[in-house]
Structure formats: structure tokens, C-alpha cells
Design a protein around this ligand. Sequence first.
Ligand SMILES: CCCCCCCC/C=C\CCCCCCCCCCCCCC(=O)SCCNC(=O)CCNC(=O)[C@H](O)C(C)(C)COP(=O)(O)OP(=O)(O)OC[C@H]1O[C@@H](n2cnc3c(N)ncnc32)[C@H](O)[C@@H]1OP(=O)(O)O
Ligand code: FAD
Length: 670
Amino acid sequence: MTSSTNKGKVNPDLINERNKCTFNTLELTHLLDGDEVKTKERKSRESFFLDDADLKTEVPIEYLSHKEKYEEAVRKACIVFRKVQQLQNEGKAGVDNYREILGGQLGSALLKDGHPLTLHYVMFIPTLMGQATIQQQAEWIQKAWSCNIIGTYAQTELGHGTFIRGLETIATYDPKTEEFVLDSPTLTSYKWWPGGLGQSANYAIVLAQLYTLGKCHGIHPFIVQLRDEETHEPLSGIIIGEIGCKLGMNTTNNGYLGFNKVRIPRTNMLMKNNQVLPDGTYVKSPSSKLTYGTMIFVRVVLVQDAATYLKKAATIATRYSAVRHQSQIKPNEPEPQIIDFVTQQHKLFPYIATCFAFQYSATWLWELYNNVTGELESGHLDNLPELHAASCVLKAVSSADAALGVETLRLACGGHGYMTSSNLPTTYGLVTAMCTYEGENTVLLLQTARFLIKIWQNKTNVTNLPTVRYLQNSLNRNSPFEKTVSWIISALQQTATGKIDLANRHINERVKKGEAYEDAWNNTSIELVAAAEIHGRTFIVETFFSTVQKLRKQTSVELGTVLSQILELYAVYTILRSTGDLLRFTRTSSQDIELLQGWLEELLAAIRPNAVGLVDSFDMRDEVLASTLGAYDGNVYQRLFEEAQKSPLNSEPVNKSFHLYLKPFMKSNL
Ligand SMILES: CCCCCCCC/C=C\CCCCCCCCCCCCCC(=O)SCCNC(=O)CCNC(=O)[C@H](O)C(C)(C)COP(=O)(O)OP(=O)(O)OC[C@H]1O[C@@H](n2cnc3c(N)ncnc32)[C@H](O)[C@@H]1OP(=O)(O)O
Ligand SMILES: Cc1cc2nc3c(=O)[nH]c(=O)nc-3n(C[C@H](O)[C@H](O)[C@H](O)COP(=O)(O)OP(=O)(O)OC[C@H]3O[C@@H](n4cnc5c(N)ncnc54)[C@H](O)[C@@H]3O)c2cc1C
């Protein structure tokens, strides 16, 4: 039985759902956490933070002003990280805890609409670790870890986010004083977006075009002090502020930043990869792309974050769908639980399955990241292109599907899903941002396409490249339909290969007709994006499949059966998203598509009794869900009513606007 913090009387529909669940939800919770000990540790950390009275907010933040929201976020952020430091001192915190606290699980329970210190931990510290020399690390890392300084990552400008070679901020080396002079020559060169930059950070990693001895060497990272360490006043030549309200993430304190001839010491250029010597000589690293390392790190961790946001929305919408009764399936019968409508199951269950699919791909990607960064440390760059391509496509597909999923799940809750108190709108605000930041999704898919086309054109030996190994032999394979996930994987691989091959042919045809390669690329880019996308989805299905194969050896029969069902559902759902391509690029017939549709419907029916059990296994505390619709006890209507009472408009029976405006308007005789 999954535990909850909520002591209220549980809704009878949910009791019934929990009674008919065919597997042990706790066994699945342990599996998702890693093991029983890890579940215990997670729960104890959750209590450590969520039971702290200082971390609770009485007034829902939606009713605070923009300024008050920020101030409340900073108050809580400081308490949260003081507690993290306490855990660290006790040897109980590591990178995973930062992920939990900044990401979608605990993080969004503590600070519902984003964290003003996220960039400090997610990009400022990792950039120091990845791009600073040992001496620079000795100077900065400890101060950053202990938060004596707070930093951010200032790359994007008003004029450029995607095309970072086009950034306009300039760092010109002055060998006479051994300093760089930072300048923002145009309005479009102002930094724009960095989280925490507005009022929280006093330092930043600034990406700027490096000029030395009259030559530009492209963008490089510099550590720059922005504000006085005591007074927090902006330093001379620093023009700084916050960029204003956004669709979501309104407590992340995104800022702008301009430089008016700001001087910093030569040693403030992060020089692990490239260097500027005191006389101004430039020393180049083996790969110019090593400067982009922090972006890879963040793309990798975002895949797990996408899974976590989706788990949250899936839990809310599934529990609500079990409690909500509406309409009739047959005349003269009671109104059914809306979860019994097959269209509703089709909105919910594939996204429950997607949570697992993304979690397993995230784990795979994190391992690849650690292996490849280890290799980079010893000078081996061979596997960097595959890591880059894999992190781009997995970030793009997982964020896009999670955003679509959260919105679908919100719609699945009807009118109540539109209430802020359902927490689905805020969750959407957080998750859709992920489609843009850390590389806009289309742009990232084109990066993966670039890798795929290169491999395809050069007939690269792919034996040691796990994400593209299938390209070796999947074109023109004859494979009659079989009701297995292996068949689906093979059909998806054939489809992906066919799409890559076709896009490549179209590029070549355009080049033959006289187009420059770059124009041919741009003119083929709709197909390239689609090819990269299906390549990514194929890989996610494959990773889910191999993970379940491994896990089934250690689970009970009951849980093993459920895991296989959700794997099958994810696979069938994924392939049915591409029926047109399937018919074009494989020997699949329209009868096979009917069989796939039938299989999908069978799986929805098979998963139906376990839907609530599956989301209970995610074991998200009510404070994490923060939703009137998703609480463990299912007391939806009471919670909606209670939350409505918190509207400031309900604090008085008659609002002054009645006397000021409405009454005179109503009584006027026009
Ligand atoms: C260990 C640390 C301890 C600290 C503890 C912290 C732990 C916390 C952990 C987790 C927390 C999780 C919680 C997460 C919450 C998240 C909240 C997030 C908050 C928001 C963050 C958002 C921040 C930002 O958005 S920062 C700005 C990001 N900006 C971008 O991403 C810009 C996108 N653009 C680009 O990346 C590039 O410009 C480009 C790739 C589009 C094009 O670049 P280019 O023009 O220079 O390159 P080319 O197209 O010409 O390609 C040349 C060549 O290079 C290859 N390439 C490109 N990029 C890379 C790369 N990154 N790495 C390797 N190789 C690369 C490219 O493919 C080409 O290769 P060829 O071989 O084909 O030539
Ligand atoms: C919530 C949030 C937080 C952020 N935090 C930070 C931060 O902390 N630090 C920081 O430095 N930045 C940050 N950013 C900026 C973010 O990284 C950029 O917005 C992102 O990289 C996209 O760049 P852009 O805004 O220039 O979009 P654009 O590139 O202008 O995108 C607009 C459109 O142009 C298309 N496009 C652009 N180039 C191409 C191409 N080559 N091929 C095909 N289509 C193309 C895109 O697909 C998109 O449809 C943040 C952004 C957001 C939304």
C-alpha cells in the first residue's frame, strides 16, 4: 500500500480502485526509486523539507503580487539550501538531491513556479567544474558551493539565443593591464533570460566573443562579478534588471544584463579548454565544442525532469478520473467514473506509460553522459558527437511529449483542470518552457538530423554507436506483422531509416539541381526534423524494452505482467502516431494497422484496473502534487470549495467596485 501524508477519509471510488489493483504498488515504488532503501531515503528527505513549517505558504502564491512572489521565493530558497547544506554536512546529500530539489518532484512542491537559485546549481557550478582550470576551481568552487557567491549562466541575448556564434557581447583583451574589457555594443547584445540574474545573483558566467591581439576567436566563458558582495548594488558599468512576467516560471527571476566597458582580470576567463596568455597569445583547445559542455549536461538532466512533471500530471488526472462521475454509457445506468470512457483511458494511460519510458531513457542518457565526460577528461572526443545527438533528441522529444501530455491531462480534467488549484496550468507553464530553453526543440532535432545524415552519407561504421546501430541493416527488411514489441521496434527502425534515407536523397537531388548544400538542407528540413523525431522515439521504445526485459528478472510475476503491458502500450501508441510513415516505409498493411488499433484497445482495457495503482506507485505526496484534483484521498469537491475560499475576493461580501462602478452604471438612465 502506497503511503500518503493525507489523513482524510478516502473517497470510496479510490478505495475500490486500490482494492482491485493486481500488483503490489510498493514493489513498483521501490523499483522506480532503485530499491527499498532508496525509497526510504527519499521519503525521509521529503519529510525533512515538506514537514518544515517555515517552508509552507499560507496564501496561495497566485494571489501575491509579482514582487511578493519573488520575495517569498527567495525566503524559501534560502531555507531550502540551508537544509541541503545540513544534509551535505551529514553526508546525506549528493547530486541527485539537487536534482530532486531543483527539478519537478520536491522542487516544485517547495517553490511552485520556479526557483531563483536554479541556475546557480544547474549551470553556474557545473560550468566552473567543466570549464575552469584547477587553479580557477580552487578560487571559485568552494565559494559557489557554500553560496558565498550566487551565480548564473548568461549566454542568451536579446538578439540571439539559438545561434550562439552570433552573440554580440565582446570581451577584448588588454595585454597592458592583463584584463578583459566587457562591452555590450548594441541593445540586441544585452543578455536576456538568465535565471536568477534579475536580483538574486552577484556573479555570472558570461559568454562573450573573445578578441585578442586584434583577432576574434569566437565565444568563450568568463566569470564576472555583477554586484557588490556586501551591498548587492550593481557594480560600475553593469546595467541589470528583471525581464518581467512570463507564461510560467515567474519566480525564477530571469534577468537582463548590459556591460559598459567593464574590466575583469585575465584569470577570469575560464581556461580549462582555451587560453589567453598574459601577452595576449591565444591557445586553442582540441575541440571548439567543449565550451558547449554545460548545455549537454542540462539537456541530459532535463529528460528526467520531463518524466517527473508528467508523473505529476498523470497522477492528478488519473485519480480525478476515478472520482469524477459524469454522463451515461448505457441508458438507465448510474453515471460512470469518467475513467471508464475509452477515450478518457486513451488520454491517460499512454502518458502513464510515457513516464516510465522517459525515466528509463533518462537513466540510460545519464550513464552515457558520465562515460563520455570521463573520456573527455582523458582527451578522447570520439563519442562526443553521439552524446550530443542523443541528448538533443531526447531533450526535444521528452519535453515536447511531456508538454503535450500535461496539456492533454489537463483537458482530461474538464473545467476543473483549468483551475489554478488543480496545479495543471502551473505544471504546464513549467514544462512547456523546457521546449524552448536549453536549445529550442526544432533546432535540437536538426542537430540530431545532422549527425544521422552524416552517418548515413559517410556509411560510418556504427557497430559501437548504440543509438544508431540499427542503421546498419534496417532498410528494406521484410517483416510481416507480429504482435510483439520486437516487431514494433523493428518497424520503427525501418521507418526511421527510410525517412533518413529519403531526406538524404532529397538533399542530394536539390544539390544536383544546383542548390548550395546549406539551402538544400534548409529546404529539406521539415523531413529532417521528422526523421530525427522518429529516430528518438524509436530509441526510447528500444530502451524501455531492454529495461523491462532486465527488470522482469527481478520482479514478481504480477508486477512483471503490468510492466509488460505498459511497455506494449507505449510501443503501440508510439507506432500508431506514425501510421502514415509506417505505410510508406515498411511493408505494414492497413490490416496490420487495424490489428495495432485492436491491440491498443486491449491494452487500455487490461491496464484499466491498475491505473490508480500505477500512479499511486509514483508515490507523490499531496504537497508535491499540490492539487485539488489529485490528492491521495480523492476529496476533490471539498478541496475545490476550500481553495475557492482563499480568493481575496471572498474576504468581504460586497466589493468596493460595486459602489464605485457597477451600481452607478446599473442605475444610470441612458
Ligand atoms: C555536477 C554538478 C553539481 C551541481 C549540482 C547540480 C545538480 C543539478 C542537477 C539537476 C537539476 C535538474 C533540475 C532541472 C531544472 C531545470 C530548470 C532549468 C532552468 C532553465 C535553464 C535554461 C538555461 C538556458 O537556456 S542556457 C542557454 C541554452 N542555449 C542553448 O541551448 C543554445 C542552443 N544553440 C546551440 O546549442 C548551438 O548554437 C547550436 C548547436 C544550435 C549550433 O551551434 P554552432 O552553430 O556553433 O554549431 P554548428 O551547427 O555549426 O555545429 C558545429 C559542430 O558542433 C556540433 N555541436 C554543436 N553543439 C554541440 C555540443 N553542445 N556538443 C558537442 N558538439 C556540438 C555540431 O553537431 C556540429 O558537428 P559536426 O561534426 O556536424 O560539424
Ligand atoms: C524560461 C526560460 C529560461 C531561460 N533561461 C536561460 C538562462 O538561464 N540562460 C540563458 O543564457 N538563456 C536562457 N534562456 C534562453 C533560451 O536558452 C533561448 O530562448 C533558447 O535557446 C531559444 O533561443 P531563441 O530564444 O533565440 O529562439 P529563436 O532561435 O529565435 O527561435 C525562434 C524560432 O526560430 C526557429 N529557428 C531558429 N534557428 C533556427 C535554425 N537554425 N533552424 C531552424 N529553425 C530555427 C526556432 O525553431 C523557433 O521556431 C531561457 C529561456 C526561457 C524561455
